[in-house]
Design a binder for this molecule. Structure first.
Ligand code: NAD
Ligand code: 6OD
Length: 490
């Protein structure tokens, strides 16, 4: 697969039509700096048109479509993604530089699966209904029913572009909403391909609109401040979440936020050592560390500390960093030059703060076009105090600090000593301890002897700075719909 293929045009998709803009920006490959896409930035009028189209679609075909037909439409979208699987993989890889193997096994299959999962769940989605006794003996029937929220603004990040867009889009459509979506400026492509699929399978115009652009003073802000948008669902940085919260406050709109993390991994001396080393390495380094759930703080029980650090170092140094299309590659570049500067600033900061660099800490060199890309070395540190910025702040790169602990209570306290609360992973063969520690974690999802594994019907989201609300299964359907409580006196 050639990431240097001719640059693609990525247009907005409004009311079932692809529309260009007077202003365009280039999307460059993080692999070698070549231009991969020319992106049409939506102006305010185009965002208005997208919102207007979504409102009309709500009143039109989509609003009147039976649940069964909508479910069939969601399945058709999943099928459409699968039919164009190679196109989606190529587009995701070109934008992100992630290994083809990763996009083929995770991003694109999950993009399709999200539509199938919510097609299944929405079919059996029921609500409360009660019979009330009344003094006249005739009674009343009280039931609640759910309606779409209306027009939902979906704002997505760049790390798992199709997966995270569809994680919100699929339940929003399942509930009968229409959507104005804004993919990240770094990853405009799969959201645009999805528009082609929507067209191909006959999703009515206006149901799914895509507007390209940035956040402030661009499509992101035009959506969040738009009076015609009824709800905002957002995945991204906590600071962006805070800015969006301010923008939606005047309209008192529902929000669902999946935000940043500084996740702990806790490894007890009684763990299955090899499984824990492999599992933690995978959690820290997958997608070049650009996963909100990745542990950047690792706590290891003192008797196995040195051995564990050595084991992780060996794994870090075995990563094959390279071309996305090379089957041996299991680590790609960071998303952009700007993000690489941020990650490298933490590599420098860790040293200033007194870290021992166990592994990595720099930039790999290749002697070819990849030297113009955004690669960094997988990096591990020890020796930092818990209040150092490297241990406190989200870096979002392939790196982690490893610290020892002496007992369970201390491990829990260290893990919870964070303003974030997204995820935790605990490694132990003592299942009672696994339950105990998982339940003590101040976060939205706690794994024991695994990571990233979950049934999509369970709640997903974060505590503290890591988010507001939960999505997944019925939790998503609850967010993307509005109940009306009806009581009928008989
Ligand atoms: P980001 O917040 O910079 O951008 C996310 C999206 O918001 C982009 O589409 C961007 O254009 C848009 N945006 C930026 N400013 C905006 C504004 N003022 N108004 C409206 N839209 C705006 O995040 P990112 O760099 O794309 O993604 C990385 C971050 O996302 C990390 O912090 C990571 O932890 C987090 N993340 C969280 C989850 C989760 O499920 N909790 C999942 C993935 C990523
Ligand atoms: O698996 C998911 O549904 C999900 N929301 C994953 C988030 C990953 C963050 O980078």
């Amino acid at each position: 697969m050639n990431t240097n293929a001719k640059a693609q045009e990525r247009k907005n998709y409004i009311n079932g039509q692809f529309s260009g803009s007077s202003k365009q920006f280039t999307k460059v490959s993080p692999v070698d700096g070549s231009v991969v896409a020319l992106v049409h930035e939506a102006d305010r009028a185009q965002v208005d048109a997208a919102v207007q189209a979504a409102r009309l679609a709500l009143k039109g075909h989509w609003g009147r479509m039976s649940l069964q037909d909508r479910v069939e439409m969601l399945r058709a979208i999943a099928g459409g993604i699968e039919r164009r699987f190679d196109d989606f993989v190529a587009a995701e890889v070109a934008d992100t530089g992630k290994p083809v193997a990763l996009a083929s096994h995770l991003d694109i299959p999950r993009g399709a699966a999200n539509f199938r999962v919510f097609a299944d769940i929405v079919r059996t989605y029921g609500m409360d209904s009660y019979f009330l006794d009344t003094p006249d003996g005739k009674g009343a029937v009280n039931y609640a029913m759910r309606k779409p929220l209306g027009v939902v603004g979906v704002i997505a990040p760049w790390n798992l572009p199709l997966l995270l867009l569809t994680w919100k889009l699929a339940p929003a459509l399942a509930c009968g909403n229409c959507v104005v979506a804004k993919p990240s400026e770094e990853t405009p492509s799969t959201a645009t391909l999805l528009a082609e699929v929507m067209n191909e399978v006959g999703v009515p115009p206006g149901v799914y609109n895509v507007v390209h652009g940035f956040g402030p003073n661009s499509a992101g802000e035009f959506i969040t401040s738009h009076p015609g948008v009824d709800a905002i669902t957002f995945t991204g940085e906590s600071a962006t979440g805070s800015a969006i919260m301010k923008a939606v406050a005047p309209g008192v709109k529902p929000i669902s936020f999946e935000l940043g993390g500084k996740n702990p991994g806790i490894v007890f001396a009684d763990c299955d050592f090899d499984a824990a080393v492999a599992g933690m390495a995978n959690a820290i380094f997958s997608n070049c560390g650009q996963v909100c759930l990745a542990p950047e703080r690792v706590y290891v029980e003192r008797p196995i500390f040195e051995r564990f650090v050595a084991g992780l170092k060996q794994k870090a140094e075995a990563y094959v960093i390279g071309w996305p299309s090379d089957a041996k590659t299991n680590m790609g570049p960071l998303i952009s030059k700007q993000h690489r500067e941020k990650v490298l600033s933490y590599y420098a900061l860790a040293k200033e703060e007194g870290a021992t660099v166990v592994s990595g800490g720099g930039v790999p060199t290749f002697g070819d076009a990849r030297d113009s890309g955004c690669y960094v070395q997988p990096t591990l540190w020890t020796g930092l105090p818990e209040d150092s910025r490297t241990v406190k702040e989200e870096i979002f790169g392939p790196c982690a600090h490893i610290a020892p602990f002496d007992d369970e209570e201390q491990a829990i306290a260290m893990a919870n000593n964070s303003r974030y609360g997204l995820a935790a992973t605990v490694w132990t063969t003592n299942l009672s301890r696994g339950h105990r520690v998982a339940q003590a974690m101040e976060c939205g999802i706690a794994w024991v002897n695994c990571w990233f594994l979950r049934d999509l019907r369970t709640p997903f989201g974060g505590a503290k700075l890591s988010g507001i609300g939960r999505e997944g299964g019925l939790h998503s359907l609850n967010f993307y719909s509005e109940p009306t409580n009806v009581c009928i006196k008989l």
